[in-house]
Design a protein around this ligand. Structure first.
Ligand code: NI
Length: 160
C-alpha cells in the first residue's frame, strides 16, 4: 500500500474539473488503487475520496463512515429522498467548509472489487458522502452547490 498525493484545488483545479471514465475491467491496478485510496483517505482523516483526487480519472470512490468502509466502482445514484443541510468539506480544499443541502437518503448502485454489482443505501453523513464523491467523478466540487461558505467559528453547529 502507498500513500497517494491528494490533488488540491490550489494546485490543479482544472484537473479536478475533468470527468472520470468508467472502469471497464477490474485489474490489479484498480484494486491497488482502492487499497491506496483507503490508506490515503484514512491518513488525511477524510470520510471519502474519489480517484480524480489522487490523479486518476476513473470512476472509483472510497467512503468510510460509522456505517462502514465502502468501495464503489462506476457508482450510479438511483434514488434520492429527503433533505439535510449542514457543513461539508473536501480533502482537495483543506481548511474550507461550506453549507450544503443534500438528500437525507441516497441509494447507489456500483461494482465491488470482484466485479459484483451491489446496491448501497445511506442516510445522513453516508448519503452526503455518496453525493459528494459521485459529484467528483463528473468534475463537480461541493462549493458549486454550497449555499454559502462557512467561517471556522460556525463549524461547531455541525459535527461533520
Ligand atoms: Ni471532495
Amino acid at each position: 500500500m502507498a500513500l497517494l498525493k491528494i490533488v488540491k484545488e490550489s494546485d490543479d483545479l482544472e484537473f479536478l474539473r475533468r470527468k472520470s471514465a468508467p472502469v471497464k475491467e477490474i485489474t490489479p491496478r484498480i484494486t491497488t488503487l482502492l487499497d491506496d485510496m483507503i490508506e490515503t483517505m484514512r491518513a488525511a482523516n477524510g470520510c471519502g475520496l474519489a480517484a480524480v483526487q489522487v490523479g486518476v480519472l476513473r470512476r472509483v470512490v472510497v467512503i468510510e463512515t460509522e456505517d462502514g468502509l465502502f468501495e464503489l466502482i462506476n457508482p450510479v445514484i438511483t434514488k434520492k429522498s429527503g433533505e439535510q443541510e449542514g457543513a461539508e468539506g473536501c480533502l482537495s480544499l483543506p481548511g474550507k467548509w461550506g453549507l450544503t443541502k443534500r438528500p437525507a437518503c441516497v441509494t447507489v448502485r456500483a461494482l465491488d472489487r470482484n466485479g459484483e454489482e451491489f446496491e448501497l443505501t445511506g442516510y445522513d453523513l453516508l448519503a452526503k458522502a455518496i453525493c459528494h464523491e459521485v459529484d467528483h467523478l463528473d468534475g463537480i466540487i461541493y462549493t458549486d452547490k454550497a449555499i454559502r461558505m462557512l467561517r471556522p467559528e460556525e463549524l461547531e453547529m455541525d459535527e461533520d
